[in-house]
Design a protein around this ligand. Structure first.
Ligand code: ATP
Length: 310
C-alpha cells in the first residue's frame, strides 16, 4: 500500500488555561503540546494503524524532541524530520475567547519549519509513499510549495493517490496561491474542504454549495465537506452521504479537521467499515481533549467512542 505522507510544520502549542483576550498580561499556561496541522494529521493516521510519515524540520531542542518522540510513539515514520542546526522549533501560544474564538501568538516564520527541504531522507520517504496528503497552507509558503511540486508528480506517477485539505482563507488568496490550488485540485483523488474552502477549491467564490460540488466532481471523484458541529457530507458522482456530528462537549477545537481527514483517509486506505462515521468520531473525540492532538484515537478508542453514543 505504501505509507500516507505529508509535508509541513511541526510545532508546539502552549495555551492559556482561562479564556480572555490576548496575551497582554501574565497568564497561567498549559503545555507544551505537540502541534502543527501536518503533525496532527500524521499522528491520527498512525494511531489508527495506518502506515504514515512526515517530512518536516524541527529545532535541536526539547520542543522538537517532544514532537518527534510523540509521532514515533504513535508509530509514524519520522526519518524525514530533519533537525535544524540553528533555528528553534516553532511555537504557537493560544488563548480562547469567551465567545469561542481564538487569539494566537505565532513564532513559525523564523522557525526550523522554514528549512523544510527535499533531503535524501525526504526523497526516500516520497519514493515509498502510497498516498500524499497536501495541506493548502503550503501554497503560500514558497520553499514548501517547491518540495510539494516535486513530490506530487513523484507519488502520482507511481500510481499513488493525493488528497487535499485546502486549509486556506479567502483573504489570503493571491493569483499565485489560487493557481497552485487549482493545480493540486486537478490532480487530487480526495478533497477535504471545510466551509467556504469548497467554493475556493472550485474557483467559484460566489457559487452555492451545490454549484461548487457539481463543478468539483468533474475533476475530483471524492469530496468530503466538513461542517464542524453540524457533521459532514461525502459527495461522489454516484450521490451524497450525510453524517451527523457526534454530540460532545467541546474543550479544544484545534485539530478536529486534521483528525477527521486522517481518519477518513486511513479508513478508506485500510478498507475499514464506515469511513465517514469513523472520521466524524475522530473529529468529535479530538475536541473533547485539551491539546491539538491529544484526543487522536486508536481504532479501539474510536469504536468505543461510537458505541457509547449509538
Ligand atoms: P480545523 O479547526 O481543525 O481547521 P476544520 O474546519 O477543517 O477544522 P471541522 O469541520 O471543524 O474541520 O471539523 C471536522 C469534523 O470534526 C466535523 O465535520 C465534525 O464531524 C467533527 N467535529 C468538529 N467539531 C465538532 C464538535 N464541536 N462536535 C462534534 N463534532 C465535531
Amino acid at each position: 500500500l505504501g505509507p500516507t505522507i505529508t509535508f509541513g510544520e511541526i510545532l508546539v502549542e502552549i495555551m492559556a488555561t482561562l479564556p480572555g483576550h490576548g496575551f497582554t498580561e501574565a497568564l497561567d499556561l498549559r503545555g507544551p503540546f505537540p502541534s502543527g496541522a501536518p503533525a496532527i494529521f500524521i499522528s491520527q493516521c498512525a494511531r489508527l494503524g495506518g502506515q504514515a510519515g512526515i517530512v518536516g524540520c524541527v529545532g535541536d531542542d526539547d520542543f522538537g524532541r517532544l514532537n518527534t518522540d510523540r509521532l514515533r510513539a504513535d508509530g509514524a515514520d519520522v526519518s524525514a524530520v530533519a533537525i535544524s542546526p540553528d533555528l528553534p522549533t516553532g511555537t504557537a501560544f493560544v488563548r480562547y475567547r469567551p465567545d469561542g474564538g481564538r487569539d494566537f501568538v505565532f513564532n513559525i516564520a523564523k522557525s526550523a519549519a522554514g528549512q523544510i527541504a527535499m533531503t535524501p531522507e525526504a526523497r526516500a520517504l516520497v519514493a515509498r509513499a502510497g498516498h500524499l496528503h497536501v495541506m493548502g497552507s503550503a501554497f503560500a509558503i514558497p520553499h514548501l510549495w517547491a518540495v510539494l511540486a516535486k513530490a506530487i508528480p513523484a507519488v502520482k506517477s507511481r500510481g499513488g493517490s493525493v488528497s487535499l485539505d485546502p486549509n486556506l482563507r479567502k483573504e489570503l488568496m493571491t493569483p499565485e496561491t489560487s493557481a497552485r490550488l487549482a493545480q493540486v485540485v486537478a490532480q487530487c483523488d480526495l478533497l477535504l474542504p471545510s466551509g467556504p474552502e469548497l467554493q475556493l477549491a472550485a474557483g467559484l467564490p460566489d457559487a452555492t454549495e451545490a454549484e461548487a460540488v457539481a463543478a468539483l466532481l468533474q475533476k475530483v471523484p471524492e469530496i468530503v465537506l466538513k461542517r464542524g458541529d453540524q457533521g459532514a457530507t461525502l459527495f461522489t458522482r454516484e450521490g451524497r452521504l450525510d453524517q451527523a456530528a457526534f454530540a460532545v462537549t467541546e474543550i479544544d477545537p484545534t485539530g478536529a479537521g486534521d483528525c477527521f481527514g486522517a481518519a477518513y483517509l486511513t479508513a478508506r486506505r485500510l478498507g475499514l467499515a464506515e469511513p465517514l462515521r469513523l472520521a466524524a468520531a475522530a473529529g468529535a473525540r479530538n475536541v473533547t481533549v485539551l491539546g491539538p492532538m491529544e484526543g487522536a484515537g486508536t481504532l479501539q478508542d474510536l469504536n468505543q467512542f461510537i458505541a457509547a453514543r449509538i
